[in-house]
Design a protein around this ligand. Sequence first.
Ligand code: NAD
Ligand code: UGA
Length: 460
Amino acid sequence: MKEIKKIACIGAGYVGGPTMSVIAQKNPHIQVTVVDLNQERIDDWNTTDLSQLPIYEPGLDDVVKEARGRNLFFSTDVEGAIDEADMIFISVNTPTKTYGKGKGQAADLKYIELCARQIAKVAKGDKIVVEKSTLPVRTAAALKSILDDTGNGVNFDILSNPEFLAEGTAVADLHHPDRVLIGGENEEAIQSLVQIYEAWVPRERILTTNLWSSELSKLVANAFLAQRVSSINAISELCEATGANVDEVSRAIGHDSRIGPKFLKASVGFGGSCFQKDILNLVYIARSYNLTAVADYWEQVIILNDHQKLRFAERIIQTMYNTVNGKKIAFLGWAFKKDTNDTRESAAIYVADHLLDEEAQLVVYDPKVTAEQIYRDLDYLKTRSSADNRRLVTVVNDPYEALIDAHAVAVLTEWDEFRKYDWMEIKQMMKKPSFVFDGRKLLDAKLLRQLNFEYYAIGE
Ligand code: NAD
Ligand code: UGA
C-alpha cells in the first residue's frame, strides 16, 4: 500500500478548509496543503487573528491553531501543491448550472474539469485523486478519462469520498463522523485513504463501496434529509389548519424508533448550499435515464420547500391586515441555520424578497452575517434595483435597534441568543399591536402571549 506523505486539497471552502484541518490535526506526519485560486480566502485562512478565519465554525480555530504551520498550509500555489502531493482531494464548488443544457438542475462541473486538467498537466508521478465535492453519479468516469487522456502517462487512481459534515457542527461532525464513505476500484488506493481516517475514526465506521454507490449515496443522503424537513413542513401547514401542534406531532412520531427524533423540526424552509442543489441534480439524473416517476417524486421535496417559504411571507402579510407597505419588520437571523455565517439559499432571502415586493421596510440583525452579504444576496435575485434594496433594507449590529418601533418581528434563523432577549422590554419598544412571526418555533410562546404579543409560529 502506498504510504501517503503529502496531501493537496484543491478548494479552501466550507468543506476543504475544515476537513483538511482535521485530517492534518489527526495525522501530524502528513503534510496537508490546501490551495485555492481566491487569494483573499487564502489570506484569511492564514490570518493570525483566529477569530477572522473565512468560515465561522465552533471549534475550528483550535484545530487550525494546532496544525497550521506544523503540517497544515494554505496557499494559492495550486500547481506546486499538486506536483508534490501523493493524494489530491478535489473540494471545489459544484453549483447548479445557470446556463445551457440542464440549466437550473444539473450540477455545473466546469470547476471539477478544470481541476482534472490541471492535475493531468502538472502530475509527473502516480497520484490518488479523491472526489470530495458532491458529484453526479458516474463523474469518476469522466475524471478518469480526462486525467488519462491529457496526462503525462502517469497512473491515476480515483476515489470517491463524499463529505457529510453539516455547517455549524462541522468540527464535531468531522471528529465523530457517523460514517466515512470511500468508493473506489483499486483496493490499494482505498486502503491508503482508509489509513488516514483510521487515525481517529473507528474502523467499523469507515465504509467502502464501489465508486458509483459512493457518489450516489451522497446525493441520496441529502435527498432523504431534505425530504424529512419537507415532510414535517407539509404537516406544519396541516397543523395550522386543524389545531394540532407540529412540535407535539414531531415528538409523538419521533419516539417511534423506526422514525427517530432527528430532523423533524418544522421551519420556514430548508436552506444551505446543498439540499436544493443536490436534489435538483438527482432529479436531473433520473430524468436523463427517463425515470419520470422517480424524478417527479423527489422534485416534490423542493416544491414543498418553496411553498413553505412563500407561505410564511404570506402569513405575515395577511396577519398584518393585508398590507406591510412602509411597516417596519425586524428580521432576526439571515443565515440558513444557526452557528454559521453561510447564507446560501437561506429561507430569509426569499421571505425578505416577497415582503419587499410589498414595500415593507426590513431591518435585519444576524449575529454573524455582514451587511454586504445581505445586500449581495438580495441583489443576486435581480428582483429590484440594488438602490431599492438599500432603500428598503437596513442592516444593524444591535438587535434592539432592529426592534425599536417595529410593527413585527420575524424569526428566520434559530440563533440561541434570540431566546434570551428581554422580551418584556422589547414589548415596550415595539409598535402596538406587536406581531411576532416565529419561523423556527424558537421563542417561548407562552411567555410571549402573556406579554400580549400577537404570536404566530409555524405549525400551530
Ligand atoms: P465553497 O464555494 O465554499 O468552496 C469551493 C472553493 O473552491 C472556493 O473557494 C473556490 O475559489 C475554489 N475553487 C474553485 N475552482 C478552483 C480551482 N480550479 N482551483 C482552485 N480553487 C478552486 O464550496 P463548499 O461549500 O466547500 O463545497 C464544496 C463541495 O463540497 C461542493 O460539491 C458541495 O456540494 C460539497 N459539500 C458541501 C458541504 C457544505 O456544508 N458546504 C457539505 C458537504 C459537501
Ligand atoms: C446538510 C447535511 O446535514 C450534511 O450531512 C451534508 O454534508 C450537507 O448538507 C451538504 O452536503 O452540504 P447543512 O446544509 O450544513 O448540512 O445543514 P443541515 O443541518 O442539514 O440543515 C439544512 C437546512 O435544513 C437548514 O436550513 C436547517 O435549518 C433546515 N432544517 C434542518 C430544518 O428546517 N429542520 C430540521 O429538522 C433540520
